[in-house]
Design a protein around this ligand. Structure first.
Ligand SMILES: [Cu+2]
Length: 195
């Protein structure tokens, strides 16, 4: 599965920053992250239902998962340095379903609420929990104040439980924002997410 990243230069980083990295790919800066280290800021573009159409087009692929940039169920972690400003351009690429985005605590599958409310947002970071319409976009700006593990999740009813979330790590000592794909959480027949 690493062939998926063959053309991407790995970012130098000690993997010890990422517990469990043994089953994860190399941290990399995808096209949808733009770092500005001098300003301690990262611009991130997240598209809801980025490849749901591609997944529907294939057989033997679990097609009922809504995604962020083609990732879902924590099979990607977005990591940013502690204290950086994060500006997310959130685009709903669905043909018919409203989606939203919220920074939350982590949840086990059993802990996940049916839907997330404003008060579930860490640092008050969320887009309208009712969701934005298909083909619309919204901006989410926040400072990653506190190191730790979080989720970026869709607050709409059943979307978190159905897997519309990715990991979000705020880490001391990181030089820039980057992503880590967790291949062990990817069904082998599933098309890759956005690089
Ligand atoms: Cu959603």
């Amino acid at each position: 599965m690493l062939a998926r990243f063959a053309q991407l230069a790995p970012v130098a980083l000690t993997l010890s920053l990422f517990p469990g990295a043994a089953q994860a790919g190399e941290p990399f800066v995808p096209s949808w992250i733009k770092n500005d280290p001098a300003a301690k800021s990262a611009a991130v573009e997240i598209i809801a239902d980025w490849n749901v159409v591609a997944r529907y087009a294939k057989e033997n692929v679990r097609t009922d998962i809504m995604d962020f940039n083609g990732y879902w169920g924590g099979n990607l972690t977005l990591a940013v340095p502690t204290g950086w400003s994060v500006r997310i351009e959130f685009i709903n690429h669905s043909s018919m379903i409203k989606h939203s985005l919220m920074v939350t605590r982590t949840y086990t599958q059993l802990e996940m609420p049916i839907k997330l409310r404003e008060e579930d947002a860490i640092w008050g970071a969320y887009v309208d929990p009712g969701g934005i319409w298909p083909q619309h976009d919204a901006q989410l700006n926040f400072v990653a104040k506190q190191s730790g593990s979080y989720f970026l999740a869709c607050p709409r009813e059943n979307h978190l439980r159905d897997g519309q979330w990715i990991g979000f790590e705020v880490r001391d000592g990181l030089e820039q924002a980057m992503a880590i794909v967790h291949e062990d959480k990817f069904p082998p027949e599933d098309p890759p997410g956005r690089l």
